[in-house]
Design a protein around this ligand. Structure first.
Ligand SMILES: Nc1ncnc2c1ncn2[C@@H]1O[C@H](COP(=O)(O)OP(=O)(O)OP(=O)(O)O)[C@@H](O)[C@H]1O
Ligand SMILES: [Mg+2]
Length: 267
């Protein structure tokens, strides 16, 4: 796959395990970045079970699926969301949408390339698991952000995701956000544990080491589910809440973190 020069930083937010906060964090990080004047588009890549439109209270009339099938134009599917961010929503509730199709494989890279020229950030909110759709979507992003919680199952799945992307897509750099951690020491414990299993089991003397950069953590905060019920980013409903402050700090870390051009070349 040839890769054109890009403007946007493209990031896939993924986790392996479901329900760890990918969609909440993506929506709120996008909001925080958009508020600083960045042009931000979130692409709902949780195909078949998309719910970014619910979380952000947007009502697109057409979605990524119609764009992929050629039934409508890209611009018709992009809708403005809170804080000035843009959303490219996907559909929910049809098994066909969740499948890897030839159309998806062929058209999505072109769409991403077009969008890279229009935005500062493209954020892919992926689904859970390691399906071909999740892996393919992530392969189109320059950077992969892993979301993990301190639960052992989440950490195991985060490691599995890193392992699969490192071995099948030759990706060497990942970032980590620890969600729902009680405090920073416990978030750092998660990061250190993951780094040590990566060093122990995924190091391959002949190749560049796999790097996992800790971006920060978001505490367990009831403001987050309350914001979802109000279908508004926690950054808007409770800007002084611990979660909102942490996400603000994460957005700043992302802005200052060096872009990690690790685009994968095969899914
Ligand atoms: N920091 C947090 N504190 C408290 N609750 C949180 C936090 N982050 C997320 N949640 C809650 O966790 C639940 C799952 O969040 P979310 O839908 O973002 O996860 P997900 O990883 O996108 O799930 P899926 O894998 O199904 O796409 C939501 O009910 C949300 O309110
Ligand atoms: Mg989600």
């Amino acid at each position: 796959m040839s890769v054109a020069p890009t403007h946007a930083r493209t990031m896939a937010i993924t986790s392996g395990k479901g329900g760890v906060g990918k969609t909440c964090l993506t929506a709120n990080l996008a909001w925080a970045l958009a508020r600083t004047g960045r042009r931000v588009l979130i692409i709902d890549a949780d195909l078949g079970l998309a719910n970014l439109d619910i979380v952000l209270n947007v009502s697109p009339t057409v979605t990524l699926h119609e764009v992929i099938s050629g039934a409508c134009a890209l611009d018709d599917a992009i809708v403005p969301g809170p804080g000035g961010l843009h959303v490219l929503a996907a559909a929910s509730g049809a098994a066909d949408y969740a499948r890897m199709t030839t159309d998806l494989r062929e058209r999505l890279p072109e769409l991403v390339q077009t969008l890279e020229g229009r935005y500062d950030y493209l954020l892919f909110d992926t689904g859970a698991g390691l399906s071909d759709v999740v892996l393919y979507t992530a392969s189109l992003a320059q950077e992969v952000i892993i979301v993990a919680t301190p639960e052992p199952t989440s950490m195991t799945d985060a490691y599995a995701t890193i392992k699969v992307m490192a071995t099948t897509q030759q990706r060497r750099r990942f970032s980590l956000i620890v969600n729902q951690a009680p405090d920073e020491p416990q978030a750092l414990f998660v990061s250190n544990q993951l780094q040590s299993v990566i060093a122990r089991f995924l190091s391959d003397g002949g190749r560049a080491p796999i790097e996992l950069s800790y971006l920060g953590f978001v505490p367990d905060d009831p403001a987050m589910p309350r914001a979802i019920c109000r279908r508004t980013p926690v950054m808007e409903t409770a800007p002084a809440s611990p979660a909102a402050r942490a996400i603000q700090a994460l957005a700043q870390s992302l802005e200052t973190a060096e872009a990690t051009p690790t685009k994968a070349f095969s899914a």
